[in-house]
Design a protein around this ligand. Sequence first.
Ligand SMILES: Cc1ncc(COP(=O)(O)O)c(C=O)c1O
Length: 373
Amino acid sequence: MIRLTVPSIDEDDVSAVAEVLRSGFLVSGPKVKAFEDAYAEYLGVPHCVSVPNCTCALHLSLLALGVGAGDKVAVCTYSWPATANAIRVLGADPVFVEIEAETFNMDPAALERTLAKHPAVKAVMPVHTFGGSADIEAIMAIAGKAGVPVVEDAACALGTEQGGKKAGTFGTFGCFSLHPRKAITTGEGGIVATHDKKLARDIKMLRNHGQDPDASRPDFVTFGFNLRLTELQGALGLSQLKKLERIIAARTAGAREYDRLLAGSEVRPPRSLPNSRHVYQSYVVLLPEDLAGKRDEVIAAMRKREIETTLGTYHMPLIRYYKEWGKFSPGDFPVTDDVASRAMTLPLYEGLPPSSQAAVVTALGECIREVRG
Ligand SMILES: Cc1ncc(COP(=O)(O)O)c(C=O)c1O
């Protein structure tokens, strides 16, 4: 079986976790703090706060911005449902914004129209989908003109850049995931990055029962949850972070190899903005137009050949919950309709040999012919 993804776990990662287990200090120790500091240094921001996953990171960011019941938040259409769910769990309403066909990311012109139509929008949430940069410079300019804060969903985008600046460091908050499908992992895990000291403190309080993080004795100054990372995860994150650039380089080389193998074929490789750095959390192609609606048959045919592939991500307005909630139908977001029906993720991870990539591309051609019949 050629797997879709395999995390890059080395012996030093295993030793780092074992060392914490042997120490007997499993929570609230120095590893989590050291991991947060190293992450902040990598991004070039003053504050990173760890949480149990990126869904929590998005939720707490919106909560810290005061988003609540009845508020509107502009969010792109094409993402893992966590992105819109972080808005709905606060009782707020997602206002979906169409994507660009080229990059699968929020279309800045569509955002501009949305903000003109909904002047009460309280936050803008673009996603750096699959590790490719959204046009975050344009999005920041449009949101800035409207005076609306930006929360970047950078779940898949650690190391992604536009104009030499890292994704997740443009907005008021940048939210990252450490799930095993991402470049580096702590099992489950998430990071909130921010330039704002007060907001970083608010996130720290919200993740720890509302306690003042700077007080020497417990002082519960607000409400909050228990959303802390363990020392096991902190230690794993620290050792994973050391190899991030090696992993990104390997994934980028794998992406270039797929680009070469697919050149001249009817399958469209992923594209990225000029002046940006794509980190290929996923390598997502577009199948030919006549296979719209038949992508799942292609995935099933690949599985029969022992190759694991999957769809790109979800057309959020058309998943059952949001479709019923917002009475959305096909045609409301035509670019997303098209991308979501043809996008397919190919296997990509650090140890994937070029011979396996060649086998994937050969099998893909065969499966396309088979599904066409
Ligand atoms: C774009 C996006 N946002 C948010 C999330 C949620 O991340 P987590 O699984 O860490 O909660 C994911 C997860 O894959 C994602 O792809």
